[in-house]
Design a protein around this ligand. Structure first.
Ligand code: IPE
Ligand code: IPE
Ligand code: MG
Ligand code: MG
Ligand code: MG
Length: 297
C-alpha cells in the first residue's frame, strides 16, 4: 500500500470534527414533517441523536470529495439518507425479537425508552425519511431515481434485510463462505451504497465506480469482522452490551481471535489497495478508512 503525502496543515481529527458537526447538525434538524408531536417522532430522534460514529455518512462525504466537492447539498442529503437507514437498522436489530440489546451508543436502546411498538414505527419512519430526502434532492431526475434504487436495494432482500434474516436463522454448522455472504449482505450492502450514491450523483466514470465498489465490499466485510471482534469488549468501550453474539454466528466463533484479526487486516488492506489508482486525490477517503480500521469501538 502506497501512502502519498497529506496536504500540509491537514489533519484527520480536524476534518472529522468538521464533517461530523455538519452531519450532526443536519440530523438534529431533520425535516421530519408530522402534524402531531407523537412518541414515534421522539423515538426517531432518540435513534439518530445518541452519538454514533457516523462512519457511513462520513464515507459518503469523503467519496464526494473525490469529485471536487460538487453537488454539495445533494451529497449531504445522500449521506443523511444512508445514516437514517443505518439508525433504523440498529433500532430494529436491538429489539427483544432480534438481539435483545439493552445498550447502544452508551445509552438505553430506543425500545427500552419508548417501547417496542414506537421503535418499530420510528424505524419505518426513518426509512420513509431517507427516501423522501433523496426524492427531495435537486439535480437530474435520472440520478435521483438511481440513488433511490441503490439505497433500497442495499436495504431490502438484496441487502441488509436478507443478511439480518439469515443471521437470525443461525444454524449451528456454518462455514466461512456462508458467513462472509451473510455479513456482506447485512453490513456490506449499506457500505456499498455509501460509495455508489456519490458516484451516481457525480456521474463518476464506470471504472472508478468499479474500484470504489470493490473497496466498499472489502471494507464492509472488514467492518463486520471488527464488530465481531469487539463483541467481547466491555460496554464502557463500545457503548453496547458485551457478548451479544452468543446466539449468533460470528467470525470469532468460526475462526478464533487471531485468524479473525488476520482476516480483518487482509480485508482492510484489500480495501486500501482499491484506492491506489486515485492517488493523492482520495486522501480523505484513505485516511478515513485507516481511522475506521483502527477504531477502538
Ligand atoms: C453497528 O454499526 C452495526 C453494524 C453494522 C456492525 P456502527 O458500529 O457503525 O454503529 P454506530 O452508528 O457507530 O453506533
Ligand atoms: C447488525 O449486526 C448489523 C445491522 C445490520 C444492524 P450486529 O448485531 O453485530 O450489530 P451490533 O453489534 O448490534 O451493533
Ligand atoms: Mg444483530
Ligand atoms: Mg446487534
Ligand atoms: Mg455486533
Amino acid at each position: 500500500m502506497h501512502n502519498p503525502p497529506l496536504p500540509s496543515g491537514w489533519t484527520l481529527s480536524a476534518y472529522l470534527q468538521t464533517q461530523r458537526r455538519r452531519i450532526q447538525q443536519a440530523l438534529t434538524h431533520l425535516p421530519v414533517a408530522t402534524p402531531l408531536p407523537c412518541p414515534a417522532r421522539q423515538a426517531l430522534q432518540h435513534g439518530i441523536d445518541a452519538g454514533g460514529k457516523r462512519f457511513r455518512p462520513l464515507m459518503v462525504l469523503a467519496c464526494a470529495d473525490l469529485y471536487q466537492q460538487g453537488h454539495r447539498q445533494e451529497m449531504l442529503q445522500a449521506a443523511l439518507a444512508v445514516e437514517c437507514i443505518h439508525c433504523a437498522s440498529v433500532m430494529l436489530d436491538d429489539l427483544p425479537c432480534m438481539d435483545d440489546a439493552r445498550l447502544r451508543r452508551g445509552t438505553p436502546t430506543t425500545h427500552r425508552v419508548f417501547g417496542e411498538a414506537q421503535t418499530i414505527l420510528a424505524a419505518m419512519a426513518l426509512v420513509a425519511q431517507a427516501n423522501l430526502m433523496l426524492l427531495g434532492m435537486a439535480g437530474k431526475k435520472q440520478s435521483i431515481l438511481a440513488c433511490l434504487e441503490r439505497l433500497n436495494q442495499a436495504l431490502g432482500l438484496q441487502g441488509l434485510c436478507a443478511g439480518q434474516s439469515l443471521d437470525l436463522a443461525a444454524a449451528s454448522e456454518f462455514d466461512l463462505s456462508t458467513l462472509e455472504g451473510i455479513h456482506a449482505y447485512k453490513t456490506g450492502a449499506l457500505f456499498l451504497a455509501c460509495v455508489q450514491l456519490p458516484c451516481l450523483l457525480a456521474g463518476a466514470p464506470a471504472r472508478e465506480v468499479a474500484w470504489l465498489s470493490a473497496y466498499a465490499r472489502n471494507l464492509g466485510l472488514a467492518f463486520q469482522v471488527k464488530d465481531d471482534l469487539l463483541d467481547e469488549a466491555p460496554s464502557s468501550l463500545t457503548g453496547k452490551d458485551a457478548h451479544q453474539d452468543g446466539k449468533r454466528r460470528n467470525f470469532v466463533h468460526l475462526l478464533g481471535r487471531p485468524a479473525a484479526e488476520q482476516l480483518h487486516e487482509a480485508l482492510m488492506n484489500a480495501a486500501l489497495d482499491q484506492l491506489e489508482p486515485f492517488g493523492s486525490a482520495c486522501f480523505h477517503l484513505r485516511e478515513l478508512t485507516k481511522h475506521i480500521r483502527d477504531r477502538p469501538s
